[in-house]
Design a protein around this ligand. Structure first.
Ligand SMILES: Cc1cc2nc3c(=O)[nH]c(=O)nc-3n(C[C@H](O)[C@H](O)[C@H](O)COP(=O)(O)OP(=O)(O)OC[C@H]3O[C@@H](n4cnc5c(N)ncnc54)[C@H](O)[C@@H]3O)c2cc1C
Length: 508
């Protein structure tokens, strides 16, 4: 890497990575550890992007941009943490799966030691919010998900999930109780606005693996990866530049040769990685790219899903739960709640610090921060009646323009692969075509993908960085592998009938 002074400062490197979020840092680390020269350029003074955290000035406590969960099924993010030596800073909830709440009532959802999807069967049967016929109405769609392949996801992408479930015969009540919650919590949009393909792909994974657990950062979310990634990249002799905004790509309509920064500096690179959210990439894209290439023309379809996250410090302990979620109601504000005093090591004796997410939060747009905190404390109090504004010592409200892109119908098939039609330009980020919901895991996976491809493109061999997902297991796995050869004419005909129904729905 060389730096020259001319009229404008110039840095030369093998690879420039634009964006210091999870995708950018994963890419840069993957390359740096393989001995490739890399410069990371981040516009903000802090690394971590949408998974950043900082210290609250009043309390000295870490505050995330908003509470995040990891899943035990995040092999690519866990690989990053393992390399950084921080995987022991994830606190896993292993004693139960999830607590749903309805008023003061806690509805535990457990997983049993049974092959997938039977691991959820006792919880499913014991759930008294729906009748047996309503539960059974979900059976055909479950069977359909079990045999789904990636091509089915893309075929279903044009439909909205509500219409798909209804036409598959799922009862309104079952959709309201189960699917609407899953859609909002995981896909982050109301079910009527969600791609059926994106939702069904997640459902297949959900019913295809047993032993899921949720994990939470012990301390600041960004501290799980950002400082150690920076340290390791720099120890490998590479560079991480903060407060350095990229304002343009260098090169021409066919090839990118580096980037230009807002302060006039330039970085010349053999390869450029845009580890940016779609809107930021669009702002930097040349108009010829938008005119000529679908990837760039399609960026406009990745609409941001805004969040509001609150942190509320109470004067007393309110619960011993780490996490809970309200059963879904479209008029609720918050979806998921976390008591950090039961998560962070050494905080056991502290009063509750409850943080929560308002997902797809346009219904909070007209509310002041004070009104949001009051309404949030009201929702906490429905489950924990000891909570009240009199017991609040401090609060923080974060308004986040984009947590992920909205998986609206038609979006899934627009998610691009990481290599672009422009020479020497790659894209990384949670929104790229990873086959996963937009998430920290998707961001990390895309980062490993780009690092692998660039190493190979530079003629330095292809390292093995991406952790591939295991196939679905248990009964789901069996159905997935053999549904076309089901024993028994009736069963085979029945399955074919379900597939045909789906095809007809898509065609209509
Ligand atoms: C409140 C909230 C809750 C969430 N909950 C979860 C959860 O529970 N589980 C989960 O897995 N995921 C969750 N997510 C999503 C997760 O945080 C993101 O999917 C992930 O962090 C995206 O990483 P990324 O690297 O792809 O993008 P980003 O983190 O957005 O990184 C892009 C970086 O590029 C920088 N940048 C932009 N423009 C420029 C420019 N011109 N020049 C230089 N730098 C630039 C940005 O500052 C940013 O640092 C949540 C997100 C939020 C906000």
């Amino acid at each position: 890497m060389s730096v020259q002074s001319d009229t404008e400062e110039l840095t030369e490197t093998d690879v420039v990575v634009v964006g210091g979020g999870l995708a950018g840092l994963t890419t840069a680390l993957g390359l740096a550890l393989e001995g490739t020269d890399v410069v990371v350029v981040e516009k903000s003074p802090r690394l971590g992007g949408r998974a950043q955290s900082w210290v609250d000035e009043t309390t000295g406590d870490p505050v995330h941009i908003g509470p995040h969960i990891l899943l035990s099924e995040y092999p690519n993010m866990l690989r990053l943490l393992e390399i950084l030596g921080t995987e022991d800073r994830v606190i896993w909830q292993n004693d139960h799966f999830l607590t749903l709440t309805e008023g003061e009532r806690a509805i535990p959802t457990e997983q049993w030691s049974l092959p997938a999807p039977l691991h959820f069967m006792p919880t499913f049967i014991l759930d008294d919010r729906t009748t047996l016929p309503e539960k059974l109405s979900n059976f055909p769609v479950t069977l359909y998900a079990m045999q789904m392949q990636e091509a089915d996801v893309l075929r279903l992408d044009g439909m909205n999930a509500y219409a798909f479930l209804r036409r598959m015969g799922v009862s309104r009540r079952y959709i309201a109780d189960f699917w609407s919650f899953m859609c909002m919590a995981i896909m982050n949009v109301p079910i009527e606005l969600c791609s059926a393909g994106a939702l069904m792909r997640f459902y297949k994974r959900f019913i295809g693996h047993s032993g899921f657990s949720f994990g939470f950062p012990d301390g600041g979310l960004g501290d799980l990866f950002a400082p150690d990634a920076k340290r390791m990249i720099e120890q490998a002799g590479q560079q991480v530049m903060l407060e350095s905004e990229v304002v343009a790509f260098s090169g021409d309509e066919d090839r990118v040769t580096g980037v230009k920064l807002a302060d006039g500096r330039r970085i010349e690179a053999q390869k450029t990685v845009a580890a940016l959210p779609p809107q930021a990439l669009r702002a930097l894209s040349r108009s010829e790219w938008v005119d000529r290439h679908r990837l760039f023309a399609d960026l406009v379809h990745f609409q941001p899903c805004p969040y509001v996250s609150s942190f509320v410090w109470f004067d007393r302990k309110l619960t011993d739960l780490k996490m809970w979620a309200r059963v879904h109601s479209p008029n609720d504000l918050n979806c998921d709640f976390y008591d950090l005093s039961n998560i962070h090591r050494g905080w056991e004796d502290r009063p509750s610090v409850i943080t929560s997410n308002i997902i797809y939060c346009e219904r909070a747009a007209g509310m002041s921060d004070e009104e949001i905190v009051e309404a949030t404390v009201g929702e906490i109090a429905e489950f924990l009646p000891a909570a009240s504004m009199d017991r609040v010592e401090h609060w923080v409200v974060n308004r986040i323009p984009m947590a992920i892109h909205c998986p609206f119908p038609g979006t899934e098939r627009r998610r691009p692969p990481v290599n672009t039609p422009i020479g020497d330009l790659w894209v990384a980020g949670d929104w790229t075509r990873t086959g996963l919901p937009s998430s920290m895991e998707s961001a990390c996976m895309s980062g490993w993908m780009v690092a692998e491809q660039i190493q190979e493109d530079l003629g330095r061999g292809r390292p093995s960085l991406v952790v591939e997902y295991p196939e679905v297991e248990g009964v789901t796995g069996l159905v997935n592998r053999t549904s076309r050869y089901l024993p028994g004419r009736n069963l085979r005909r029945w399955m074919r009938g379900i597939r045909q129904r789906v095809s007809e729905e898509i065609a209509s």
